[in-house]
Design a protein around this ligand. Structure first.
Ligand SMILES: C[S@@+](CC[C@H](N)C(=O)[O-])C[C@H]1O[C@@H](n2cnc3c(N)ncnc32)[C@H](O)[C@@H]1O
Length: 483
């Protein structure tokens, strides 16, 4: 039974009438590659149910057997099922008898639109009831609390009348709850103080670790990281070891051209103890130059040299369109883009006649075996949910001797005024398509590539102070073993 993938959401977070809100839920489900939504812990209203069905989503609601035994619960199921298809996920529970009674009660409803799935029900409690549908649940952050509750009541110590003396076989296997990885930002802000401050500001060592003194034309000002989500160790790595601090010079809510919107900052002096007591934060000064251009020129040169079939994983709005269009038109390059975000894919398609565009993810490439002469993973590595699966797929589609080009970014800090920060934070996270799950460096990519055993790493460009926050790893596909 192929499990049906459902996105678990808190019912309270699901709109009934707001069309924009419904569209957002639909987009969230699509991004998580889910065909439906699993709502809990409270029942959806009929209006919420209708909105989800109109959005083309399978409507699923979750209850424990104990909750189904409460008065009125079966009437709600009957009402929801009367208005359209309903998948009821019966999850967890404390006793085999209650489960049996709940299932009998549901059977008596004789609702043709009702389907059943069993989640976190131990094998011995299932009896003859297998459920109609196997589900795989992806937990949205709004649902983590109640799903954790389901997991807690799930068995082990609670089992009654179990004759099995060996280890418990546990909950039904196909109903595993896969937590959605938590999205990670790749940027933190250092808020620039309005008032100037002398170069030798004395701070406590804890404060100094989260501050930078920025030289400005009028002297200098202190900038302070106000985001507790970034630890002192994170800041130390990004600022002191990798040197990735930039001055935001734009008035955009969302930066889209780093070379134009940012000025590089160079660390002049690290944080140091002052003879008079206290610690002076690290000192930084703006510089000229465009470290991004250097890295981009490198990537472009690699792309220009490519001939044959190129598979671009997470192509997005195809940044190198200008460079590729002519080569695709002339037949020098057969270009196949794989991208989960449909609008991005459509925009690329309009501008690239002759390209093959497929909706898909790196973890399941809609591409035949051993056809690619070049595999690109340009800034999509940090977006992958399952890095190992994606590199297994890259290895499968690559022909013997094919090249692999992986480019991505480490995190960076931005020095901004509070007005710039307010503008940026007004952009809803729901408007950010396809979350970013890590801030990996080149070493992480090398490890993932080498773990496949299929590639030989040929070049690594790591991030360092004075360079952009972009790294590159290149590799060559080892020949397949005969047979
Ligand atoms: C930062 S954009 C990079 C786009 C383009 N390759 C570039 O270099 O500008 C990341 C892209 O990865 C895509 N993406 C997200 N999850 C993905 C996945 N699991 N597999 C492949 N691509 C994914 C996103 O939709 C987005 O278009």
């Amino acid at each position: 039974m192929t499990p049906l993938r459902l996105l678990a959401l808190d019912t309270a977070a699901v709109p009934a009438t707001d069309a924009g809100g419904v569209a957002r839920v639909r987009a969230l489900a699509r991004r998580a590659r889910c065909r439906g939504v699993l709502l809990g812990p409270s029942w959806p209203t009929t209006a919420q149910a209708a909105a989800m069905r109109r959005a083309g989503l399978v409507l699923a609601a979750q209850r424990t057997p104990e909750e189904l035994a409460q008065s009125g619960a079966l009437a709600v199921v009957a009402e929801l099922a009367a208005s359209g298809p309903l998948l009821l996920v019966v999850a967890g529970g404390r006793s085999r008898d209650t489960l049996r009674r709940a299932l009998e009660g549901l059977a008596r409803l004789r609702a043709p639109t009702l389907r059943l799935a069993l989640v976190s029900v131990p094998v011995c409690h299932r009896g003859d009831t297998r459920g109609d549908v196997g589900v795989e649940v992806v937990a949205h952050r709004s649902a983590r609390a109640w799903l954790a509750g389901v997991a807690e009541v799930a068995w082990a110590a609670q089992c009654d009348a179990c004759g099995v003396r060996a280890a418990c076989a546990g909950p039904v296997a196909e109903a595993a709850v896969a937590p959605q990885p938590a999205p990670v930002s790749n940027q933190f802000d250092l808020v620039l103080a309005r008032e100037p401050s002398p170069g030798e500001v004395a701070l406590s060592s804890a404060e100094a670790a989260r501050c930078a003194w920025i030289a400005t034309p009028s002297g200098g000002a202190l900038a302070r990281c106000d985001n507790a989500g970034w630890t002192d160790a994170d800041l130390h790595l990004v600022l002191d070891q990798l040197g990735q601090l930039w001055l935001d010079t734009s008035d955009k809510a969302r930066l889209d051209d780093f070379a134009a919107d940012l000025r590089p900052l160079i660390q002049d002096a690290p944080a140091r103890e002052l003879p008079t007591g206290g610690v002076a934060p690290a000192r930084w000064r703006p510089t000229t130059g465009d470290p991004f251009a250097v890295e981009e020129a490198y990537v472009e040169a690699a792309l220009i040299a490519m001939r044959g079939t190129v598979v671009d994983i997470g192509a997005g709005p195809v940044r190198y369109l200008r460079l590729l269009a002519g080569r695709i038109a002339s037949g020098e390059v057969r270009y196949a883009a794989v991208e989960p975000d449909t609008p991005a894919l459509r925009r690329s398609g309009d501008a690239l006649p002759g390209a093959r565009l497929a909706r898909g993810v790196g973890e399941h490439l809609p591409v035949r075996d051993a056809v690619a002469d070049h595999v690109l993973m340009l800034r999509s590595f940090n977006h992958l949910r399952d890095v190992a699966a994606a590199f297994a797929e890259a290895s499968r589609v690559a022909a013997d001797g094919a090249s692999l080009l992986v480019v991505d970014n480490v995190a960076f800090g931005l020095v901004r005024t509070s007005a710039q920060i307010d503008r940026a934070r007004a952009v809803s996270v729901l408007e950010t398509p396809f979350e970013h799950y890590r801030n990996a460096n080149a070493d992480a990519a090398v490890a993932a590539i080498e773990a496949t055993g299929c590639w030989r790493v040929t070049e690594v460009r790591a991030v360092a102070p004075g360079r952009a926050n972009q790294w590159t790893v290149r590799a060559r596909r080892r020949p397949r073993e005969p047979g």
